[in-house]
Design a protein around this ligand. Structure first.
Ligand code: S3P
Length: 181
């Protein structure tokens, strides 16, 4: 049985991790390398709501966003053969993760606070980082979330000093190892 067939037994790959961990870029490259369809959950939310994430937060609030995020997850996880990149807060809701884990190998791209701060310096579509002292917000959120990312992931990759292409290659390598072990 080939690599693809083996992955297909789990059917999808989902990438989780903090904002700025490179989920989208690595996910796109990964999907291309293995012939899967790439789906960015935040993009699906923006398309279904007809507005940018930052505007959804501004006009309707975070709890509304979380509700839509869960609805989108429930709808799109009926697909197979996909690489999904998930929003950084997906791990806050256990039901999201139950749904995601049913059909996915879950890959966590791990980054530290310094990396996030540096990568998102000029970013404007991350409403949660626009609520005060960015450095402190990132640190506090990461401290709270790190155990959750670890709890839900099958594979964790240190993504601090690798390119998205290297991350994609590492994901393939780690999945192969898992499959063969
Ligand atoms: C969020 C991360 C964002 C987006 C929203 C909330 C979070 O996605 O879903 O702004 O709670 O960490 P990215 O991780 O793709 O930036």
């Amino acid at each position: 049985m080939g690599f693809k067939d083996n992955i297909r037994r789990k059917e999808n790959i989902s990438i989780i991790g903090f904002m700025g961990s490179g989920k989208s870029t690595a996910g796109k490259i990964l999907a291309k390398k293995i012939g899967f369809l790439y789906i960015d959950i935040d993009t699906v939310i923006e398309l279904s709501e007809g507005m940018k994430i930052s505007r959804i937060f501004e006009e309707k609030g975070e709890s509304y966003f979380r509700k839509v995020e869960s609805e989108v997850i429930y709808k799109i996880y009926n697909n197979t053969g996909c690489v999904f990149s998930c929003g950084g807060g997906v791990i806050l809701n256990e039901k999201n993760m139950d749904m995601i884990k049913k059909s996915s190998i879950v890959v966590f791209l791990s980054v530290n606070a310094e990396t996030v701060f540096e990568r998102l310096k000029d970013e404007e579509n991350r409403p949660l980082l626009a609520r005060g002292d960015r450095e402190k917000i990132i640190k506090d959120m990461l401290d709270f979330r790190q155990p959750l990312y670890l709890k839900y992931s099958d594979i964790a990759i240190d993504a601090n000093s690798i390119t998205p292409n290297e991350a994609a290659k590492k994901i393939i390598g780690e999945i192969k190892l898992k499959i063969n072990s």
